[in-house]
Structure formats: C-alpha cells, structure tokens
Design a binder for this molecule. Structure first.
Ligand SMILES: O=C(O)C(=O)C[C@]1(C(=O)O)C=C[C@@H](O)C=C1
Length: 384
C-alpha cells in the first residue's frame, strides 16, 4: 500500500462502503482543519527563511529548490490528482514568495526619479528610517508596491502651480492601489551653480520646464537663458559634471550638497506657496481617515453628473475637489476624481457607495486617509 492509499484508508469509516453526503462533508471539514494548521506551520517556516534571506541579501526565488520540490511531490500523489496537486503546490509557492517579499521589504519605500528629486525628499522626510528605492517611472513605483518589492510608494499628485499630475491619476484608475496618506511638501527652488560661480557669471539655467516657468521673472532679471531638462535632480547633476560657471540649475537646496554645488540664490520662484502634494500609496486601504477619494465614471445619461453630486451632498458630505480626465480609449468621454472631507468610518463610506452605485458607472474607491497640510503664505496673491 502506498502513502496515498494509506491516508485514504485511515480517513474512511468503513473501507469499500461509499460515504454518505454528511460523512463526506465531515471528512472534508476534518481534513481542511488539518490543512489550515499545516499551512500556518508552513508559513511560519517560510518566515524564518525570509529572515535568513533578508540578513544575507539572498533572492526570494530559488528555482532549483522549487523544481526539486515539485518533482519529489509529483511522486507522492497518484493520477488523477497529480496535476491538480502540482497546481496547488505552485500556488502555495507563489503565496510563499509573495509573503517573503512583503516581510523582507516591509520597510522599503518606492519613489520615482533619482536622489535629490522632490519625491526622494518627500519620502525621506515622511519615512526617515526606511530604505528608499528609486524607480524610473510612476508605473514602476506602483508595480513595486503591488509585487511586494516595496511596502508603499510615494508619488506626486498635484502642484499648487502646475495642477494635477494626470498620468498618476490614470494609473490610480488602472491599478488596484489605495491612497494611504497625503503629504504636502513645500517646494523651495534655488539656483545652484559650480563652487567658483557667482550670480553674475550665470548665462544658461537648466531645469524641468515647470521649474523654469515658475522662476521666469527671476531668470529675466538675471538675463539668463532657460534650458529645459528632464528633471531638477538631473539638471543639478549635469551642472556638477559640466563644471562650467556660466551654467546653473534650478532645483532643491539638498541637490547642492548631493552634487557638490553652491546655492547662488534661494526662493527664486514667483509663487511663494509652491507646494507639491504627494500620495503614499499601498496595496490595502485604510479603515478610517478624515478624507475619502474615489474615481467614478458617469453613466451616459442627461444629468448623470448632477445626480452624483446630489447624492454626495444628500449624504451630508463635503465635496472638496472634483477633477475630470479623458477616459481612454473613448474619445471625449471623461472619468472623475472626487475628494470628500470630514469622513469618520467605514459605515459612512459603505452608505455613500451604496447610494452612488445607482447613479454611477464604475466606482473605484481610493480609500479613506489623512492629510498633512503645509502652512499657507498669507501674502500670496489670488490668480482669479
Ligand atoms: O527554500 C526557500 O528558499 C524558500 O524560499 C521557500 C520556498 C517554499 O515556499 O517552499 C519559496 C520560494 C523559493 O523559490 C523556494 C522555496
């Protein structure tokens, strides 16, 4: 008798006699309890493996070990269950890897761009002890969070001058991530030159187009030519590499230290309240928070958007922002990002979403969260 038959013999009350429905279900429940216990024991052993891998910086995936294990296990289960047993084991291995990734990277924060970029600074300020992991694109940051390579991601969402980062909103609509927190980071742009430069020497100024636009008046008074560059940190690095005192960059003060440059002038942008709002995104939603955001599509009916707004105000909610974005691939159709204030708990959210389901197309909750706001400059002039 092989191992499979042996186990079956132990579990059947009377060999040869088919089980009644109740007996079969009792048997299934008994086995499931054992599986649950064994699964937990397995995951605890996996956690010990993850701790070891973290300490010795080893990769989570061990293809040789997985191959050997699947070959061995194939011999333990006879046809017709062998294939499904191997499928189950592959799923268990995937869950094991996912769990290890999360355990190993629970203090990792992903951001887009390079060291010295504003996303890097926002991540450093909010998560001082964390390991910061940079990625080339916003989508890569989201993927890092979803695959467990990072515990959370920090991405820019809105700037007081240049408005919403549309690409980020599109990604929030597309991927199953949630807003865990919102941080407002004041943006102080400085003119950064080589160590031997003075303001008078500067003829060309490199930076991201928005930063150049925000410092337009300063550059005109200086008589320097703006030169667009992909981002502020890259511009600072370029100036350091070029080592030419007639060229300077606009960027954060921190870049001076990072790239061994001199701060030639501070606060050079026109709007003193220049602030970028960053989102901390995660795989799971918070259970509570004072704000709630969602993305909705509107039914193609007359007055549909009006009904959404009425439902929100009818539920006594304060809608503090509504923004529209083109809904690809449908020409001239839009989806909406809606932000509500004064939230308390899950029950309120459930009631609101139930009301909205009747009047919206698709609803994607982005979760409740809290927001850390930057202080405003009372001297700031209104633009309209
Ligand atoms: O043995 C390991 O190194 C593990 O990480 C455990 C385990 C498993 O769950 O069995 C998970 C992932 C590896 O690819 C191989 C095996």
């Amino acid at each position: 008798m092989n191992r499979t038959q042996d186990t079956a013999a132990q579990s059947c009350a009377k060999p040869g006699k088919p089980l009644t429905l109740d007996e079969a279900r009792t048997e299934i429940d008994r086995i499931d309890r054992q599986l649950a216990e064994l699964y937990q024991q397995r995951m605890q052993a996996v956690e010990a493996v993850a701790d070891y891998k973290k300490e010795y910086n080893l990769p989570v995936l061990q293809p040789d070990r997985e191959k050997a294990m699947l070959e061995r296990e194939a011999g333990y289960v006879a046809s017709p269950y062998r294939e499904s047993w191997l499928r189950l084991l592959r799923e268990i291995l995937a869950l094991s890897r996912e769990h290890q990734q999360r355990k190993i990277h629970q203090d990792v924060v992903a951001y887009q761009g390079m060291q010295g970029a504003f996303s890097h600074m926002a991540s450093k300020t909010r998560f001082p002890g964390a390991r910061l992991q940079n990625h080339p694109t916003f989508e890569d940051v989201i993927q890092a969070v979803l695959t467990g390579q990072a515990d959370c991601g920090v991405i820019p969402f809105e700037n007081t001058n240049s408005g919403l980062v549309g690409e980020v909103l599109d990604l929030l609509a597309q991927y199953p991530v949630y807003i865990r927190e919102v941080i407002d980071q004041p943006v102080e742009q400085c003119l950064l030159g080589t160590k031997d430069a003075t303001l008078k020497d500067v003829q060309w100024v490199y930076s991201k187009d928005q930063a150049l636009a925000q410092a337009r008046r300063f550059l005109e008074e200086l008589g320097a030519q703006p030169v667009p560059y992909p981002n502020t940190a890259m511009a600072a690095k370029y100036i350091a590499d070029a080592g030419d005192k007639t060229r300077a960059a606009i960027g954060a003060r921190e870049n001076a230290e990072l790239y061994d440059l001199k701060v030639l002038s501070t606060h050079i942008m026109e709007n003193a309240n220049n602030t970028t709002r960053f989102l901390v995104i995660g795989r799971e939603p918070n259970t509570e928070g004072s704000r709630f955001s969602m993305i909705v599509t509107v039914k193609n009916e007359v007055g549909a958007l009006g009904r959404i707004i009425e439902t929100i105000s009818g539920a006594g909610m304060d809608m503090c922002s509504i923004q529209s974005r083109p809904r690809r691939p449908y020409p001239f159709e839009y989806y909406f990002y809606i932000e509500l204030a004064d939230f308390c708990d899950q029950a309120q959210i459930r009631t609101l979403l139930a009301g909205l389901e009747a009047v919206c197309g698709r609803i994607k909750p982005l979760g409740p969260y809290n927001r850390q706001e930057a202080p405003k400059d009372p001297e700031e002039k209104e633009t309209c």
